[in-house]
Design a protein around this ligand. Sequence first.
Ligand code: UTP
Length: 286
Amino acid sequence: MRIRKAVLPVAGLGTRILPATKVVPKELLPLVDKPTLQYIVEEAVEAGIEEIIFVTSHSKHAIEDHFDRFSELEQTLERKGKKKELAAVRRPQELAKFMAVRQSEPLGLGHAILCAREAVGNEPFAVLLGDEITPCLPKMLEVFEKYQTSVLALFQTPREQISSYGIASVEEKEPYVYQVKDLVEKPSIEEAPSDLAVAGRYIVTPDIFPILERTKPGRGGEIQFTDALLEQAHQGKCYGIHYTGSRLDMGTPLGLLTTSIELGLQHPEIGPALREYIKDVLQRQR
Ligand code: UTP
């Protein structure tokens, strides 16, 4: 079965970047010249996703607005002959079909995904977290086609960061493809079954919904997505890929800056000037 839909949970509070996220959603903070979420939608669309389901909250309507028409602005740009700007304004709404569901309280990632149940229906879907750029869906889709189970993206994390992630215990099935045996959310270094952390990209089979419905709040009083995936793993229905490519996490002040620098350096127009600026700053600091 082809994966057509992606759920993008964006209803969190973004407490790690306050006060920047007091009124501006974390997922709309700009990286060079686009909001973070647009990179993520583009990543999903490039992997073949046609329908995006945002899980939003009452303070995040700007997210829906960014992926909708803005006729007044479009008319003004058209009148002034600003073609490039007009194309940039129109691009977001042209990327995919969009819909939004509400999570009335931030009760955790598992709860946010359960809020999208009706919109997803009875088909497998992708989940992309709204604060990291990790372009690994194509390989995950290949693994899904073969095994028809949920698929996680796993990356090797330094020991000191283990307690910030869900950590997986795995059995290798083929090079870079694992069966997930166990999952522990934010373990201590001693408790961690490996150094393979779960990235914010998932392919999920729809039997996750009844599991989520009976998942009790776990760590931090939140309904943890990891707990529901763990049940699938125990049924032998969860695989993972070992992802070794780039992963940019903008969910902290330092991450926001380093992600901006990485994307700025890759940008065809501003990259060369940014490289010169960084060299100059480093020289002045010596
Ligand atoms: P995070 O935990 O990284 O985001 O969740 P957060 O809660 O917004 O940020 P901090 O930890 O307070 O700084 C990853 C993604 O899941 C969404 C967030 O919006 C984010 O994009 N999320 C999280 C929800 O949609 N609902 C929730 O209840 C929790």
